[in-house]
Structures are given as structure tokens and as C-alpha cells.
Design a protein around this ligand. Structure first.
Ligand code: MLT
Length: 263
């Protein structure tokens, strides 16, 4: 399906994929910094933000990846892109890296991991999905996740950021949240694919990320043939929102290195 996206700036294409259950607005703090030198394409993944909802009760990660490629085609973007994804967006990016490597010239894995769910975690997601659908509200997801999303400093000094993210989570349609939870629980483990990823990869993680912690990021860097790690201070699971200046600096630094290598 073709996705709604923000499309700003000019230059080499950089695509940013949001996490669950957010939408493309979570990348607002990256717009100005990146769009000065790059064409920034920020889709809303299926059912989130302004994109159409999936049909059926499971929204699979590979289907989301196919949507991203279809949307790039529809935008006339045939050249390889730099693809960045946060958490679920990272799972989608890894699906593209494994299944359509020719579309990539770089990869930015942000607050994410390659491992799949344990059987218990997947069962928990299915239960939550059923509850969200039954009650017709995402309250259970918001209440289960919100407390784990941010670093201490974000809670103490940036209540407006917490408020914006909470609002975004509450705006996600319950049916879409349920279908996406089922898709997340069923996603493949991509650990074995990492060794085959040929493009230079930047791995970014908040130093207080409680959902996809720094150990997961270090593990990916060890398994990837060409990767570097940036650990972001005073940031939890939403580093680009919590410490945007530092995240923008490491993204721009990595992008400049790619531009130099390719000359
Ligand atoms: C996300 O931020 O996308 C989620 O935490 C991903 C997940 O639940 O695995």
C-alpha cells in the first residue's frame, strides 16, 4: 500500500521509519537539521498517522517493509537510500536490508534490536492485542509502555515531550494497534541476517533505553560487518525526541561519511 509521508528538503534521500505506536511526527526534531542537506522522506507506517489502515487483524513487519518500497517507487525514488528506523521502524528497516538490499546505501538502526520476541513476549502481545480490540481502547498499551520510554532527565525537565508522545500514542486507532502487536509478536529474528548486511550501518541507542537497551545495540554492532555505535546521553527509548541535538549530530556525521566514501 502507498503510505502518506512528509517529504522535505533536497539532496540524497534519507528515509526515517517511526516506532510503535507512534507516527511520522516523532521525527519532527530531525526535519530542520537533516532537510538542509538531504531529501527527507518520513512515512506513516500502515494504519498510523495519515496512512491507510491494513486489512485483516495482523499487520506484518514484512508487509510494512513492502509498503515503504512501494511508496519510494511511487515517489520516483529508484536510487538507493539511507534508511533509518527507530525500534519497530528498525525491524522494518532490517526486513528491507534482508529482502531488498539493493535499495539501500546506508542503514541507521536507532533504539532497536535484531532479535525476535521470546515465546512469552509474543504471547503477551497477542493477549494485549485481544484486549485492545475487545475494549476498543489503547489504554493498556499506553499504560504498559509510557513509563519505560524516557530517560530520567526527560521526565524531570521535558514534560511537554512526554505529553506529545502520549497524545500520539492515544491517537493510534485501537484496531491498528492490535494488528501491529500481532505482527510484532510474529516477526522473524533477524540476528543471523546481520552478517550479510553489506552497507555501512550506524547503530544509535539512548544510554537509558529500557526497551531495547545498549547491550542489544552493542550485540548488533558486533555482528554487523561495517557498523559504528553512538550511545546518546540522557536519552531512553526515544533518543531522537529526547536528545535531538546529539542524535542529529551523529546522524549528520554518519551521513557526511557516507557522502565522502562515495565521493
Ligand atoms: C517500538 O518502540 O517500536 C516498540 O517498543 C517496539 C517493540 O515493542 O518491540
Amino acid at each position: 500500500m502507498r503510505l502518506h509521508c512528509a517529504d522535505v528538503g533536497r539532496g540524497p534521500v534519507v528515509v526515517l521509519l517511526h516506532g510503535f505506536p507512534f507516527d511520522g511526527r516523532m521525527w519532527e526534531a530531525q526535519h530542520e537539521a537533516l532537510a538542509a542537506s538531504y531529501r527527507l522522506v518520513i512515512p506513516d507506517l500502515r494504519g498510523f498517522g495519515q496512512s491507510p489502515a491494513p486489512v485483516g487483524d495482523v499487520s506484518a513487519i514484512d508487509a510494512m517493509a513492502d509498503d515503504v518500497l512501494e511508496t519510494l517507487d511511487a515517489l520516483g525514488i529508484a536510487e538507493p537510500v539511507v534508511l533509518g528506523g527507530l525500534s519497530m521502524g528498525g525491524y522494518v528497516a532490517l526486513s528491507i536490508a534482508a529482502r531488498a538490499p539493493d535499495r539501500l546505501r546506508g542503514l541507521m538502526l536507532i533504539d532497536t534490536k535484531a532479535a525476535g520476541d521470546t515465546a512469552d513476549a509474543a504471547a503477551g502481545r497477542r493477549e494485549t492485542a485481544d484486549k485492545v480490540e475487545r475494549i476498543g481502547s489503547t489504554d493498556a498499551v499506553v499504560e504498559g509502555m509510557l513509563g519505560k520510554l524516557f530517560a530520567t532527565l526527560t521526565w524531570e525537565r521535558r514534560p511537554e515531550v512526554v505529553g506529545q508522545i502520549e497524545t500520539m500514542m492515544r491517537q493510534a486507532p485501537p484496531r491498528v494497534v492490535a494488528a501491529t502487536l500481532r505482527g510484532l509478536g510474529a516477526r522473524p529474528d533477524r540476528t543471523a541476517d546481520l552478517a550479510g548486511i553489506a552497507v555501512s550501518t550506524l547503530v544509535v541507542v539512548g544510554d537509558q533505553d529500557a526497551i531495547t537497551p545498549p547491550e542489544e545495540a552493542r550485540r548488533m554492532v558486533r555482528d554487523l560487518p561495517d557498523a559504528r555505535l553512538a550511545e546518546i546521553p540522557d536519552a531512553g527509548h526515544l533518543a531522537p525526541v529526547e536528545n535531538p541535538d546529539e542524535v542529529n549530530r551523529v546522524l549528520l556525521d554518519y551521513l557526511a561519511t557516507l557522502d565522502q566514501v562515495e565521493g
